[in-house]
Design a protein around this ligand. Structure first.
Ligand code: ADP
Ligand code: MG
Length: 289
């Protein structure tokens, strides 16, 4: 039987934006020494807005041309970057070309055929790996997530997007610190953004440009250093790492796979709810002993 105090606590936690799927997860919450946070949608609002666009002269003729190609591909994606690009398309009332043979490039972007050309929308990491040089004088601001549009292997331009940090994030990280718990950022996004978010929130470190299959390794590394690790994640890609973590926390309206793997579901994606969970777990088991 489930002790009454635990049963009561878990139902209370449901009112606080958490679904605890198994008792072990709740029991383990009080032992957490490090929390690995995903960025988009958990520490940030997860609402990307296009901040600027730069097209390559001689390849394209306008920003709108660049945006239409990107938009055609992103119509097939549910990534927050796709949502940001498509809302700019809507704002400019553009009509998108058809895209066929759509494929996701896991952790790096998307590709498809549009206007009879092979188009990709990809991360800075993808350019590096394929030795495609960045535009001359290319610079990103510390809050910019940048995706590049390629026609074949040729750089057609880039779209910069910005996302805002959630109001509650800084307080949540500070409370974790007060309780001796470290917080680490883990993201597929570029180093500048990761460093900026991690610094602004006074986190203990960050891992940037991490591919989905590498997330699991980062969790293992921390565990080998003796940390008892919680991890938040939303995507299908996050499931193996969530399973590896001592406490897996699926976030918000993300994938069902993540929610199935995790022991805890964070309904409102609010980092403050994680803090409450840990303190709550500590208090609950203190009562029992
Ligand atoms: P995270 O979940 O940490 O944000 P992802 O693995 O989802 O990381 O994405 C990593 C990077 O891959 C993004 O920052 C972006 O550069 C690129 N990417 C992924 N999906 C898309 C997409 N639909 N369109 C453009 N770029 C994408
Ligand atoms: Mg993700």
């Amino acid at each position: 039987a489930v002790p009454l105090v635990v049963a009561k606590s878990t139902s209370l936690s449901a009112q606080h934006g958490l679904l605890i799927k198994n008792r072990t997860a709740f029991e383990n919450a009080r032992k957490i020494t490090s929390i690995v946070f995903d960025k988009t949608g958990t520490l940030t609002k997860g609402k990307f807005e296009v901040s600027r666009m730069v097209f390559t002269e001689g390849v394209l003729k306008s920003e709108n041309e660049l945006l239409k190609l990107a938009g055609a591909l992103e119509s097939n994606s549910e990534h927050p970057i796709a949502t940001g690009i498509l809302s700019e398309v809507k704002k400019r009332k553009l009509t998108l070309p058809e895209a066929a043979q759509f494929k996701a490039i896991t952790g790096k972007g998307v590709e498809a055929v549009a206007e009879q050309k092979h188009i990709k929308v990809v991360s800075p990491g993808y350019l590096k790996e394929n030795s495609i040089s960045l535009p001359v004088n290319f610079k990103v601001a510390s809050n910019e997530t940048v995706v590049f549009v390629l026609i074949g292997e040729k750089l057609a331009g880039f779209v910069a997007l910005a996302d805002a940090i959630r109001e509650e994030s800084k307080g949540a990280i500070a409370t974790l610190h007060e309780n001796g718990i470290k917080s680490i950022l883990l993201t597929g996004d570029n180093k500048q953004v990761a460093e900026s978010v991690s610094t602004q929130l006074k986190m203990d470190g960050f891992f940037a440009e991490v591919l989905p299959h590498e997330k699991l390794e980062k969790i293992k590394e921390l565990q080998q250093q003796g940390e008892f690790v919680a991890m938040t994640g939303d995507g299908v890609n996050d499931a193996p790492a969530l399973a590896q973590a001592d406490v897996g926390i699926a976030v918000g309206s993300g994938s069902d796979v993540a929610a199935e793997t995790a022991g805890i579901v964070l309904v409102n994606s609010n980092p403050k709810d994680i803090v409450n969970l840990i303190l709550f777990g500590k208090a609950t088991y203190r009562k029992m002993t």
